[in-house]
Design a protein around this ligand. Structure first.
Ligand code: ASP
Length: 574
């Protein structure tokens, strides 16, 4: 069975486990509240005595001033008492009113409770104890009648299962990320040194950036177009809107905080030059690593051949070894992918998905159109490759991008796909792909276009033509600055919204579906990197050809199959 078939099966298994046994599964009993904004909970020690009311302390600002994701509080539900509410139309509804829960006493709680008041009110319990308490549900009356309720219960079993699978997904992510910096540094250095001509590199750089920016601007425009045609904002009912805002308000706040700290365009440009290249390698700042590797590669070509050679040879061997590590990691990819997908599918609540269905569909239609039209044209006319063959060659990278939601995690696999499956030369692949994984995010930009229009529609704002040109410009620039990690597009979305004057609280509306859509947009981001790489490679005169399945299976030295069949050989130092 081919590698990518196994990964595909892993993804399917993950999706099924997430749906049926995840925290939001309708097959399991919903017996847990998981709350991130602790201080929003109305608690009472004695349900009938309001003087025992209690509020948990809010998350303190971290000393660095940066906001980090708040730790969720897990409250096991012991019993729930319903209450009958009548809305202004006179219709009554039975909803949960009070729930008795077990509050776990954690170190976190102790640390947050600086004055010790909360602990004292709870009778000074020890860490590890649980204290029974009552949670008063919050009901919000809707203008159109009816109520929403908060918090919403999930399954304790599902939540625990997903948290057990988590380390498998994390381990896979770390293993694949481990390769990125040495691989990019080594292969780019070798690639640049083997070009031996700065002008050639300069030409390639300008063309690459031009294509990347052009496709990104096209992507935002397609996003705006589909959003106007489909009008997703008109499909979201008030109930979903209020419920989503209540559920994701806290998280949206931290996203906006993070966006406020994002550097300006000038700072971003200056940031490409490393103050200390070792630090760039350590922190994995990709643009700085690229900058330094290119300069060092060029510098080596100015030395005498015999002086530059040993460094280039060493880096060439490092690069080859990194490729072997990728192939080892790909062996466990199906398990890692299953865990990652199970988590995303399992934690995306069905009610959220239902409310945002048309919005999600609009994003997916936009992504599909961009892929088919823009990449279709690039692959067919610039790269001169058959589209089905290109898609087959790109599939391993697409699957890893999809399941990790990270173009940087997919980077090593994308480089393998370009070189092995498409025949792109090393200098082109090692320059164009790492650049693309940070600079080129068409899926992200397209999604920002749709999200901006969607939020504006929900808040009934009219956007002028100028506003929309502004969205294209800021989304294109913002996608350059965004790192290829899960959820990065959400932070830059807050910047796009601020620049256009759309309220950033709107982020709360779409946050619940973000992680799921992130998978699709990252898949497109990586496809875009590969399409542009193929086009540039053709332009540079590379002999492009899609590796066939038979060639892949037959030749252990090429493609993704049987790469580890050769066995190991002991090495003695000279
Ligand atoms: N996850 C995306 C990527 O890595 C970025 C984003 O859209 O959030 O390409």
């Amino acid at each position: 069975m081919q590698v990518y078939t196994k990964i595909l099966i892993g993804m399917l298994v993950g999706a099924i486990v997430g749906l049926t046994l995840g925290p939001n599964s309708s097959l399991l009993e919903a017996d847990l509240y998981k709350v991130t904004s602790w201080d929003r909970l109305d608690l009472q020690i004695d349900k009938d005595d309001p003087s025992t009311a209690l509020r948990l302390p809010a998350k303190p600002k971290s000393p660095s001033g940066k906001s980090t994701a708040p730790k969720a509080l897990r409250l096991e539900i012991l019993e729930t008492q319903d209450t009958e509410l009548t809305d202004k139309n006179g219709d009554s509804e039975t909803l949960p009113g009070w729930s008795k829960v077990n509050l776990p006493i954690t170190n976190q709680l102790l640390l947050r409770d600086k004055t010790g008041d909360v602990l004292e009110a709870l009778g000074d319990p020890e860490v590890g104890d649980t204290v029974p308490l009552w949670v008063k549900h919050k009901h919000t009356e809707l203008d159109s009648g009816g109520f929403t309720v908060w918090p919403i219960p999930i399954s304790d079993f599902g939540d625990t299962l997903i948290s057990w699978m988590n380390p498998v997904g994390d381990a896979f992510m770390r293993l694949i990320k481990m390769v990125i910096v040495p691989l990019v540094f080594a292969s780019l250095l070798v690639g640049v040194a083997s070009l031996g001509d700065i002008r050639k590199l300069g030409r390639m750089g300008v063309r690459t950036l031009g294509l990347y920016m052009g496709t990104t601007a096209a992507a935002v425009s397609i996003g705006l177009g589909v959003a106007h045609l489909i009008n997703p904002g008109s499909f979201i009912d008030e109930r979903s809107r209020v419920a989503l805002q209540a559920q994701f308000e806290g998280a949206a706040g931290s996203t906006a905080d993070a966006a406020a700290e994002a550097p300006s365009t000038i700072e971003n440009l200056l940031n490409i030059i490393p103050g200390n290249p070792v630090e760039s390698l350590v922190s994995g700042n990709m643009l700085q690593v690229i900058f330094f590797a290119v300069l060092l590669g060029v510098a080596l070509t100015f030395l005498d051949n015999k002086n530059g050679q040993p460094v280039v040879t060493l880096m060439d061997r490092v690069q080859n070894a990194m490729v072997v590590i990728i192939h080892i990691v790909m062996k466990i990819a199906p398990y890692g992918v299953a865990a990652l997908v199970a988590e995303v599918v399992g934690t995306s609540g069905f009610s959220v998905l239902k409310g945002l269905f048309v919005y999600g569909l609009t994003v997916l239609i936009g992504l599909a159109l961009h892929g088919a039209i823009v990449y279709g044209l690039i692959v067919k006319y610039l790269a001169k490759l058959p589209i089905p063959g290109f898609l087959r060659a790109a599939r391993p990278a697409q699957l890893i991008a999809f399941s990790t939601s990270s173009s940087s995690a997919a980077l090593p696999v994308s480089m393998e796909c370009a070189e092995e499956n498409l025949g792109v030369s090393n200098p082109v692949a090692s320059f164009v792909i790492p650049l693309g994984s940070t600079v080129n995010m068409d899926g992200t930009a397209l999604y920002q276009g749709v999200a901006a229009i969607f939020i504006a529609q929900v808040f009934q704002m009219d956007l002028s033509f100028g506003d929309q040109v502004g969205i294209v410009a800021t989304a294109t620039m913002a996608s350059v600055g965004a790192a290829g990690v899960p959820g990065a597009g959400m932070v830059t979305l807050a910047m796009v919204l601020t620049a256009t004057g759309i309220p950033t609280v709107g982020v709360a509306l779409i946050l619940g579906m973000d992680r799921l859509l992130d998978m699709f947009r990252t898949g497109l981001n990586v496809t875009g990197d590969l399409a542009v790489t193929a086009a540039i490679a053709r332009n540079e005169g590379d002999d492009l050809r899609v590796l066939t399945k038979t060639e892949d299976v037959r030749d252990a030295k090429r493609g993704f199959e049987r790469r580890l069949d050769g066995g190991q050989e002991p090495i003695e130092p000279e």
